[in-house]
Design a protein around this ligand. Structure first.
Ligand SMILES: C[S@@+](CC[C@H](N)C(=O)[O-])C[C@H]1O[C@@H](n2cnc3c(N)ncnc32)[C@H](O)[C@@H]1O
Length: 272
């Protein structure tokens, strides 16, 4: 069996295991970002969501733009060469490795997600520049020790690493557990490392209502926190300017139109 045949058979086997009866976070996110890797159940739930809270589309796009600006800043201006992106999502246009390796081709990226469809599409994430490397780990955020153990096969935990928790901490409902996961992951990083994080916030009643409707479908729920709770995740770290702010306000690219409009998701980048 050729490599191609082997991967195609493995993908068919994985596809057979995918639950298409309830919406999934990675797939609905892909739908809102204009992707094709989603099912009818995700499209219906996505449309229901936008009827209540149309702002989710702008939020999803703003989150990818923040990812681009933050990763570019770390690779180009802070010389970070290692990235651990947990809750990667389905591949889109400008994934972490493409942004990072455009700035510095030797960057190494480890992607982590627990959704079987992300695993099926992971090959699209593994197209590294020859000077660098990309890896994919099928693991759960609720097991930070397991993530660190597996990531250590690919990343050097004695050199700075940018830990990315992008739109994933809402999947951990309990505040103390979420803080403890972040503490564990950040604790494993050497000083000079960074935490890059954003999360949707409970700053708009329509957003809260739409999220409640989504959670009621039986999907894995997503907890919208107050912006101050999002800021708490950076405790003990040195926040880069401008601090914890709505996604479009984190170092926006210069525009003659001034500051872009806000969205209901807050982000920050901080150094250990
Ligand atoms: C809202 S999407 C965000 C995707 C991407 N980080 C972005 O910002 O565009 C959340 C991602 O987290 C993943 N995820 C959710 N719970 C997880 C868990 N317990 N462990 C690992 N990944 C998880 C989902 O599969 C999905 O890909």
């Amino acid at each position: 069996m050729s490599n191609e045949e082997f991967f195609a058979a493995a993908e068919r086997e994985l596809m057979a295991e995918i639950d298409t009866s309830v919406p999934h976070s990675a797939r609905i996110w892909n739908y809102w970002l204009g992707g094709k890797d989603n099912f009818v159940v995700d499209q219906e739930a996505g449309d229901e969501y936008t009827r209540t809270f149309p702002g989710i589309i702008e939020l999803a796009r703003a989150s990818r733009e923040f990812l681009g600006r933050a990763v570019r800043h770390l690779a180009a201006d802070q010389d970070v060469r290692q990235f651990l992106d947990i809750g990667t999502g389905l591949p889109t246009e400008d994934n972490t490795h493409q942004v990072a390796q455009r700035a510095a081709p030797s960057c190494k990226i480890v992607y982590v997600d627990n959704d079987p469809l992300v695993l099926v599409h992971a090959r699209a994430l593994l197209t590294s520049r020859p000077e660098g490397a990309t890896h994919y780990i099928d693991a759960d955020l609720h097991d930070p020790a397991g993530i660190v153990r597996q990531a250590a096969d690919y990343l050097d935990f004695e050199q700075p690493i940018a830990l990315m928790l992008m739109g994933i901490l809402g999947h951990v409902n309990d505040d103390e557990e979420a803080r403890s996961i972040v503490r564990h992951l950040v604790g494993a990083l050497p000083s000079g490392s960074y935490l890059v994080l954003y999360d949707g916030t409970a700053t708009d009643q329509a957003f809260i209502d739409a999220q409640q409707g989504y959670d009621d479908t039986g999907a894995v729920p997503y907890r919208l926190r107050h912006p101050e709770r999002v800021a708490d995740f950076f405790a003990g770290l040195e926040l880069l300017d401008p601090g914890v702010v709505p996604l479009p306000h984190w170092r926006p690219d210069p525009s003659p139109l001034g500051m872009p409009p806000s969205v209901d998701a807050y982000c920050g980048v901080a150094k250990k």
